[in-house]
Design a protein around this ligand. Structure first.
Ligand SMILES: Cc1ncc(COP(=O)(O)O)c(C=O)c1O
Length: 344
């Protein structure tokens, strides 16, 4: 009954086996090994085109490194007011980019509103003296468990691109977005106007495998130098590559994410049927937001379960109720879900 976060789950047996397998012998350091090149080829297959792949240790590092590589003096990055880069990364992008400013925008359940984007583009026209927009950053799956399909993404990226902004995607839970939407990785990224992304592996079954995946290398500058200066260049890159090899082989990543999403859907379905609980909002990825009684949360915790209380601007629990975030993962079992549902 561990619903605290998907990064509380361990790494999958396939990932752990790959680490053991690739521990044999010697391999060149700093990403010049054959496995790293093989994995770059696997990313190219996944995205149906040539891509650059820069391994990083964390999602925060991917976001900050990627966005710093499109920075300009006084640059501004548009993002959702719920964006992880804005709320949860201690100014990592601002720091790595030499002080770019993040500009939060209104959203519905994590999905940026087109009107809010248009308003920002109008407020900061080209050549104005107030600041220059350099990038749009979107998250998929969003921080609130909702998912953009290809059309919704393109509707936001098109006006941004028309103004010359680079488009970044925070894909800490990209696998969950792909599995939930039924769209292909290509349709959810470069075909929908994304220039570069933070590709997450850790939350979905790796133990430290993240990457900046670049579709438009001409828009990013000095990625290698920036990664090196930030201390994010792995000397034993083969172990990150090993995780991604297991992750991307045989559709594993989508199977694991599909399982996590299915467990979340089981939670949502159970919560919809209960009179003693309700969904905060509906969504389709592996994060469920539910209003339950404080008593039920105590009972879950007393039974050894975990769930974080969550702040929200749109949902106000009544007295004696709490809003909780329930995150499922590749390791969540139907029994975990059913035990939780029984307790609420
Ligand atoms: C949407 C999103 N982006 C980025 C991150 C950052 O990942 P990390 O904790 O690996 O830095 C998280 C982590 O929770 C996240 O939820």
């Amino acid at each position: 009954m561990n619903f605290a976060s998907d990064n509380w789950a361990g790494a999958t047996p396939e990932v752990m086996a790959a680490l053991g397998r690739h521990n044999e012998g010697f391999a060149p350091g700093y990403g010049s090994d054959a496995l790293t090149e093989k994995v770059r080829g696997m990313f190219c297959e996944v995205f149906e085109r040539d891509v650059e792949v820069w391994f990083t240790p964390t999602g925060t590092a991917s976001n900050a490194l990627g966005l710093s590589a499109v920075s300009r003096p006084g640059g501004m990055v548009l993002c959702s007011a719920e964006a992880h880069i804005h709320n949860d990364e201690w100014g990592a992008t601002e720091y790595a980019s030499g002080g770019m400013k993040l500009m939060p925008m209104a959203h519905r359940d994590g999905l940026v509103l087109g009107d809010a984007l248009e308003a920002m583009l109008a407020r900061y026209p080209e050549g104005n003296r107030l600041g220059q927009l350099v990038a749009l950053s979107l998250t998929n799956a969003t921080e609130l468990g909702t998912v953009y399909g290809p059309d919704a993404l393109a509707a936001l990226t098109a006006p941004a691109r028309a103004r010359g902004l680079a488009v970044h995607l925070d894909g800490a839970r990209f696998a969950n977005a792909v599995a939930a939407s039924g769209a292909t990785p290509a349709e959810l990224t470069w075909r929908a106007g994304v220039d570069f992304m933070s590709f997450g592996g850790t939350k979905n079954g790796c133990w430290a495998a993240e990457a900046v995946v670049v579709f438009a290398p001409e828009k990013l500058h000095d990625v290698m130098a920036r990664r090196q200066r930030a201390g994010h260049t792995f000397s034993k890159a083969r172990f990150v590559a090993a995780q991604f090899e297991a992750y991307l082989s045989d559709g594993n990543w989508l199977a694991w994410a599909g399982h996590a999403n299915a467990m979340a859907e089981r939670l949502r379905a159970g919560l919809r049927q209960r009179e003693t609980a309700r969904l905060g909002w509906d969504n389709t990825a592996n994060e469920v937001f539910a209003v339950i009684s404080a008593e039920a949360l105590d009972a879950v915790r007393a039974a050894g379960g975990t769930a974080h209380e969550w702040p929200s601007e749109t949902v106000t629990p009544a007295a004696g109720e709490v809003l909780v975030r329930l995150v499922t993962s590749w390791a969540t079992t139907p029994e975990d879900v059913d035990r939780f549902l029984k307790l609420v």
